[in-house]
Design a protein around this ligand. Structure first.
Ligand SMILES: [Zn+2]
Length: 101
């Protein structure tokens, strides 16, 4: 006997699951609340996924591509501005980041 199919049920879409992480500089400065997608490490910060910018150095920054972003507390480079498809994306300096879940 064939299975009945309910046509009112839309096909299951795979939704990207984000985890909200609080991101710190290595020095302990609280930087961001960020919705991170699945995957290993945080390599890039997409601005539309920032839920809170504690220092304002990311979300309010519209510097030219290639500009470095420094921690306000320890003055180390945290990220570099990149523009991907017209959107601001910050490429993370892995060595300067401490991530807390
Ligand atoms: Zn710092």
């Amino acid at each position: 006997m064939p299975l009945l199919q309910n046509k009112n049920i839309p096909p299951v879409k795979k939704l990207t699951k984000y985890k909200i992480l609080t991101i710190y500089c290595k020095c302990g400065e609280k930087l961001l609340k960020y919705k991170k997608g699945p995957g290993r490490r945080l390599l890039k910060i997409h601005r539309d996924r920032i839920t809170e910018d504690f220092t304002g150095i990311f979300i309010n920054d519209y510097s030219e591509k290639g500009t470095d972003i420094y921690c306000r507390s320890c003055n180390e480079r945290i990220a570099t501005v990149q523009i991907v498809n017209g959107k601001y994306v910050n490429k993370v300096n892995q060595g300067q980041l401490g991530i807390t879940k």
